[in-house]
Write a new protein. Structure first.
Length: 344
């Protein structure tokens, strides 16, 4: 099987000839010409591209960017200028330091922006990009995050958003409803378009939201909209890379097909065996802990074998990936993973 055939089999709940192993395109692209990649591709490594089939534009927004350096540190300020006010965010050496949403007025401006959005199909661009992929490339149809995860991850930040849920509940929910209307439109367009696997970059960690809000603000969206995707023959993958134990019963009810970037302890809080017991019908696209790549080749190989034994002793429902960081010693360690998977 090619890597494309292998992944399609995995997504569909079939057994590929070899358990797939992939890396995100943005973790690979800084070193694309390194000749050490070719032996990895020869052994089956795939590179995943997250390509939207939906285009969202905001005609009421003028984007302004200012970049400067202070004491050797690069600072970037981004401004969203609108007729009803401006929103600002700041990045320091690429890290988000100030978020867009801090006050009730900020929420009102963002709600205006969201309501002004124009959401359209972008099918031809997706197909053009997919056709241009190298032989080791695989396209995923990217649809962003659900509303509460956008607010948490992108708009307010984890610390501030915790306060906003209590102090600015009305403002949060007004923005949530506006974003949900747009997300419904996004899923409708994605369902009718190309791309077999629909990818939600949720960046979900249960300790950030908790089971009560998961059941109120995330699960109902899945229950409402995922059947539309399934009816169109799509397979749904959600990026759940954090601690999940407190929501495991609710996740069991959720109608996604693939839990992507699923990570064992210490970053996560469920072993592969515990995850398989909790979600026997879901596929796991598991991120190997970054620390595991520092093990000796024998110990890394043993770890991979143990993860397979726990989650997929018959080869069903499991893939591995590099989704958080490129290992420093990737040339050797990723080769070890690929050889181990071929020897199973």
């Amino acid at each position: 099987m090619s890597i494309q055939e292998r992944l399609h089999a995995f997504w569909a709940g079939e057994r590929p000839d070899i358990i797939p192993y992939t890396i995100y395109e943005w973790l690979w692209r800084d070193l694309p010409d390194d000749p050490a990649w070719q032996p990895l591709f020869d052994l089956g490594l795939g590179v995943t591209w997250h390509l939207p089939t939906v285009k969202t534009t905001y005609p009421d927004v003028e984007y302004r960017t200012k970049v400067w350096t202070e004491q050797g540190v690069e600072i970037e300020q981004r401004t969203l200028h609108t007729p009803v006010g401006d929103l600002n965010e700041t990045f320091v050496d690429g890290w988000h330091k100030k978020y867009l949403l801090e006050t009730p007025a900020d929420y009102a401006i963002m709600t205006h922006i969201v309501r002004s959005a124009v959401i359209e199909p972008d099918y031809e661009r997706f197909l053009e990009q997919e056709r241009a992929l190298p032989p080791f490339g695989v396209a995923l149809a990217y649809v962003g995050r659900t509303p509460i995860q956008v607010m948490l991850v992108d708009y307010a930040g984890a610390e501030n958003f915790g306060y906003h849920l209590f102090d600015l509940e009305a403002e949060v929910m007004a923005l949530y409803e506006a974003m949900l209307a747009n997300f419904r439109r996004t899923i409708e367009i994605a369902a009718a378009g190309p791309g077999r696997l629909i990818y939600l970059l949720e960046n979900f960690s249960a300790d950030m939201i908790g089971p009560a809000r998961y059941e109120k603000l995330i699960l109902p969206i899945y229950d409402e909209l995922f059947p539309t995707l399934h009816s169109a023959g799509k397979i749904i993958s959600t990026h759940y890379d954090g601690k999940l134990a407190s929501c495991k019963e609710l996740i069991a009810r959720a109608p996604m097909d693939v839990l992507e970037s699923l990570t064992s302890p210490p970053e996560g809080d469920l072993t592969m065996a515990q995850a398989r017991a909790a979600w026997p019908d879901k596929r796991f696209w598991s991120n190997l802990n970054i620390g595991s790549y520092q093990l000796s080749s024998d110990d890394l190989s043993q770890l991979v074998r143990e993860r397979v034994r726990q989650a997929a002793p018959d080869g069903w429902g499991l893939a591995f990936e590099v989704s958080e960081h490129l290992p420093v010693n990737w040339r050797q360690s990723m080769l070890t993973v690929l050889r181990t998977l071929r020897d199973l």
